[in-house]
Design a protein around this ligand. Sequence first.
Ligand SMILES: [Zn+2]
Length: 116
Amino acid sequence: MRCRKCNKNYKSGAHYCEHCGAMTAEGDFALAMTDFATATKNLARATVKIGKTSITEIKPSIDSAIEQASKAAKEMKIVTKPAAQKAFEAATTALQLAAQAAEDAATKLRKVSKSQ
Ligand SMILES: [Zn+2]
């Protein structure tokens, strides 16, 4: 992999360039994945607050979000910039889908509690 700053080759998978210390594309990606994991965790926590019944509905969505994220991470190993871009987009879409599922489940729960 070629460094974006000094244009020298750095060890594949390194988060920082060994020549100039700049963050590499892999470093950027690792940070994004950490953010993604945190967002997913927060979403799961929010789901627990909504109620136990919603968990079973939301869990597959979160699982698939995580699966997509890890697929993206694997893709990153044979990395080029456009691939990284794609991976980011896939991770974001997955999280949005999980959030939407959580929202839908919450709406359903609200309806159920109103009719009781
Ligand atoms: Zn460098």
